[in-house]
Design a protein around this ligand. Structure first.
Ligand SMILES: [Zn+2]
Length: 430
């Protein structure tokens, strides 16, 4: 799912911790590629005997790529954070945000005035961030051999993502300012109101949003489909459909997920995964994904998200007014209830999310470990098969199997692959 930074933060108001559940992830983690390993139990990196065409096992050349991609991503976590803050600051200090509010205020119906303002601010944010965004999402991905699109194809989908965000963000944005101007405990009411909205997004995303970017068709390999359905049956996930998605259209990265709620529940495999993994490896990965579903991680994720949103907004409510008062002449607004304050709210939320992400990531890692345990128990594959699956994910996605402990603690929503491999190898069934 492509999105702009500003809209990501906006929608994150409602679906903060849910984005992996919503759009992708869980074993492969397409966003951060941190799910896998090339280190065996003895701490040895598995290398290919020769450096031929095949990506797996890891060639010395590909190992160099893996190291450089991981280093780049570690630096980029900070770069993207500061670039995001810088762009929002430009919108504030240049008075652009206030000017957009003035223009939007000419629209008489309040709801549409808010929407016009939101569109202006998101488009401005997109344009200001465009060079950095293109560099990271197009050129870097292309340089590491992931991208399977021309620039025009890539940009077209990127704009489609922006359009979807322009539509999805209006409800939380309008609701936010409506509450701020009426209710003292707006942060609390907003958090509660975000629950039905987040559930709505989880329900519609697999059937209305994801199909805009990719084709979802019934799994072509019927033998594999039978195996996955047998697993789902054993896991008690009744009435689910198994789809394969042409994810290779965009990127050669691998992933799989179980998503949706109620009638939109579905099991999805990337075509890139089907092509490169054995049936047993896929069974382990799908059992892991089903573990998330069976253990109600969507609902736990939602609970964590709501508590996190409530805490973050409470912090905003307590700290933002002095900043507004201090810079009111530059900003050209003097209270939070003025929609021109949106970029400032987003700066506060970005900082809070950045600082407190070890908490949400730590909880996510606990859920991942549960899903790995479930995957081992349910699939019945050997530890070595599961280890090979992780190993392949690392090699194909260029994920660092053994990051610095601080990087893992702060940024990883999955345990490091080295730990996951050691875990599945040492796993004892009861
Ligand atoms: Zn997972």
């Amino acid at each position: 799912m492509r999105s702009t930074r500003i809209s990501a933060v906006l929608v994150a108001l409602c679906i903060l911790c849910l984005s992996p559940v919503l759009f992708a992830d869980t074993t492969g983690d397409s966003a951060t590629s941190i799910d896998t390993s090339v280190i065996d139990s003895a701490g040895q990196i598995r290398f290919a005997a020769s450096t031929e065409e095949a990506l797996y096992p890891l060639s010395a050349e590909r190992y160099e790529k893996l190291v450089s991609y991981s280093r780049f991503n570690n630096i980029w976590r900070f770069v993207s954070f500061f670039v995001g803050i810088a762009i929002l600051s430009i919108l504030l200090f240049s008075g652009l945000s206030a000017r957009f509010r003035d223009w939007a205020s000419r629209v008489k119906v309040k709801f549409f005035a808010v929407w016009v303002f939101l569109i202006l601010i998101m488009v401005a944010d997109y344009l200001l961030g465009f060079p950095v965004h293109v560099y990271r999402r197009f050129f870097v991905e292309q340089q590491y051999g992931f991208l399977n699109q021309t620039f025009i194809q890539w940009w077209g989908e990127d704009l489609l993502g922006l359009l979807i965000m322009l539509i999805l963000s209006i409800i939380p944005m309008w609701f936010f300012y409506w509450l701020v101007n009426r209710i003292r405990k707006w942060w609390l009411v907003f958090s509660i109101g975000a629950v039905p909205l987040a559930i709505f997004l989880i329900v519609i995303a697999p059937v209305l949003i994801s199909p805009l970017f990719n084709d979802f068709v019934p799994l072509e390999d019927k033998a594999l489909e039978a195996k996955i359905l047998a697993l789902a049956d054993k896991a008690g996930i009744e009435g689910s459909d198994v789809f394969q998605v042409n994810a290779s259209k965009q990127s050669s990265k691998l992933n799989a997920y179980v998503t949706g709620l109620f009638g939109t529940k579905r099991i999805v495999l990337y075509d890139t995964l089907i092509k490169n993994f054995t049936h047993d490896e896929i069974r382990f990965i799908m059992a892991h994904e089903m573990g998330h579903y069976v253990k109600h991680h969507i609902w736990w994720g939602l609970l964590v998200a709501i508590l996190f949103i409530a805490g973050s907004l409470w912090l905003v409510s307590r700290t933002i007014q002095p900043v507004i008062t201090r810079f009111r002449h530059r900003f050209r607004f003097d209270r939070l209830g003025d929609m021109a304050s949106l970029p400032l709210v987003l700066i506060f939320l970005s900082v809070i999310m950045f600082v407190f992400q070890p908490i949400t990531n730590g909880l996510s890692r606990v859920m991942e470990r549960q899903a790995d345990t479930y995957g081992m128990e349910m699939s019945g594959v050997s530890g070595e098969t599961a280890a090979t699956a992780f190993d392949k994910l690392s090699v194909f996605n260029l994920s660092d199997p053994d990051p610095h402990p601080i990087i893992e603690f702060w940024f990883y929503d999955h345990p490091s692959l080295k730990k996951r491999i050691a875990f599945v190898r040492g796993y004892q069934r009861w």
